[in-house]
Design a binder for this molecule. Structure first.
Ligand SMILES: [Cu+2]
Length: 508
């Protein structure tokens, strides 16, 4: 198999048989001293990372939270960390051991949540092919179901990482339209690391390299409620976990510098992350290195965003790692002998620049939500993307007030994007009161040049960007080398599942 497991322990869910014998969690203190509980790490060997991700309901005790029964990768909240090098192949077997879908394979309205037991995989942020067996989110890995003649539960994906890919922090999760919010709320996510030039920077190489993948579980009596009728996951209480652990502790010595790979794997919540008494030195955003570190008191990550930050431990004590009012983890700076470690001053990231003269086409998209578009139906809200390329209404194509206007249609290509072109998109959130809508483009990073009408002093390469309430974002993007169909969507996954998504097609 060519994989190796990391040595550090983390909160493991006991499988059902283990639970029956009373064996739950190995206390973390009994393991080798680890700076922070990390998911198991699976590395590529000889240019290939080959492993199996099995998704099944797993019953057990999540320490600090209680009894749970969740759809999980390999029995853990938060899947393994996949660690690759430039030019490697990611060769995954996906085993779907979930029960058959009660609602079978189709649904009358595609934008009503459904098919919670079908999975697939999206390698969020990777610049790889979106077609075939690669980062193709239109595949559906159904569970074994004798009723529909599908007699397999094993699927493969093969994703080639280009040799000139950026080195950085990415992540993976299932991306079946209609099921994404339920499945991420159940703990189906994991970090994906591509090693690259940033890891060779001496001060970065000297620092402990820790994943902090923040998930938001939606638990009602230990389970994620399937959405039926008026059930709405937004109203289910949130339990935030870091690498699958509830409020874990990270330890540093005085003066120690660590590199943290922050991942917002929540389906619902923007995370303004800060550490009491400490400054964060951001070195990368969404897997792309900066050209030099940027000091921040707070790093705000929309759903899907990642930030690599470095932190230098100050005086001994306990410090809270917060996301707004939510305690995510604790940082303990140990008393005793300190160390002297340096922060980097220069980084190898690409210049944050696309010449506006390159832009050959402009598009304007509006993220629009209506609270009572479908009165009397199970799901009354409509989440749409209007403006250029909007999906015609299915009821009455000539009537833009038809509530089906602007919602995802898997058979309608909203935007044809020519490889080699450079475009400028303006994204608007026309709601003053409703949520922030994080925009995510598959396959290509974009350069955010303006937020809420103000040009950024230093534009930022991103693959996901928050569009604030009554706000806007301007971005420039070059469509590079991979033809095929892919998606743009809101990364509030309940909005995505209900239609705030568009089909794009990259063409040669
Ligand atoms: Cu949204």
């Amino acid at each position: 198999m060519g994989s190796s497991r990391g040595v550090s322990r983390r909160a493991l869910l006991a499988s059902a048989p283990a639970l029956a014998t009373g064996a739950l969690l190995a206390p973390r203190a009994a393991a080798a001293p680890a700076p922070f509980p990390q998911p198991p790490v699976i590395r590529s060997q000889g240019g290939v990372l080959s492993t199996s991700l099995r998704v099944a309901f797993t019953r057990g005790v999540l320490p600090g939270v209680g009894n749970v029964n969740l759809r999980l990768y390999n029995g853990h909240v938060n899947g393994p960390t996949l660690r690759l090098r430039l030019g490697d192949v990611l060769d995954l077997e996906h085993v779907n051991d979930l029960p058959p879908n009660p609602d079978q394979t189709s649904h009358a309205d595609h934008n009503v949540p459904h098919k919670f037991n079908s999975i697939n995989v999206h390698t969020h942020g990777l610049h790889v092919s979106p077609t075939g067996n690669a980062d193709n989110v239109f595949r559906e890995f159904t569970p074994y179901d004798p009723r529909n003649g599908l007699n397999t539960r094993s699927y493969r994906s093969r994703i080639e990482i280009p040799a000139d890919h950026e080195g950085g922090t990415f992540w993976y999760h299932p991306h079946v339209h209609g099921a994404a919010a339920v499945q991420l709320s159940s703990g189906l996510m994991g970090a994906l690391i591509v090693e690259g030039a940033i890891d060779q920077v001496p001060q970065v190489a000297a620092a402990s390299d820790l994943v902090m993948c923040v998930g938001e579980l939606k638990l009602a009596r230990g389970q994620v409620p399937d959405l039926h009728a008026e059930d709405d996951l937004s109203s289910v209480p949130s339990t935030f976990v870091v690498n699958g652990n509830y409020r874990p502790q990270v330890r540093l010595r005085v003066g120690e510098v660590q590199r943290w790979r922050l991942v917002n794997a929540s389906a619902f919540t923007v995370l303004p992350i800060e550490v009491e008494g400490h400054t964060l030195h951001q070195i990368a955003m969404d897997g792309i290195a900066f050209t030099r570190p940027v000091e921040r008191e707070r790093v705000t990550l929309a759903m899907g965003n990642r930030a690599d930050v470095m932190i230098r431990a100050q005086r001994p004590g306990n410090y809270r790692i917060m996301a707004g009012d939510t305690l995510l983890a604790t940082m303990t700076v140990q008393s005793g002998p300190g160390v002297r470690m340096d922060l980097p001053t220069e980084l190898p990231g690409p210049a944050p620049f696309i010449d506006p003269a390159e832009v050959t086409r402009r598009r304007a998209l509006t993220f629009h939500s209506d609270m009572d578009a479908f009165p009397g139906q199970a799901f009354t809200h409509a989440f749409r993307i209007t403006g250029d390329g909007a999906t015609p209404a299915t009821r009455d194509a000539a009537d833009p007030s038809d509530p089906t206007y602007g919602r995802f249609d898997p058979s309608y290509v909203n935007h044809t994007l020519r490889l080699g072109d450079t475009e400028e998109w303006t994204l608007t959130n026309d709601s003053a009161s409703h949520a922030n809508h994080p925009f995510h483009l598959h396959t290509n990073h974009f350069l955010v040049t303006a937020v809420d009408g103000r040009a950024l002093d230093t534009p930022v390469w991103q693959d996901t960007v928050a569009i604030n309430k009554s706000g806007s974002v301007t971005l420039r993007v070059r469509f590079k080398d991979f033809p095929g169909r892919a998606l743009v969507h809101c990364h509030h996954l309940q909005h995505e599942d209900r239609g705030m998504m568009q089909l794009i097609e990259y063409v040669s």
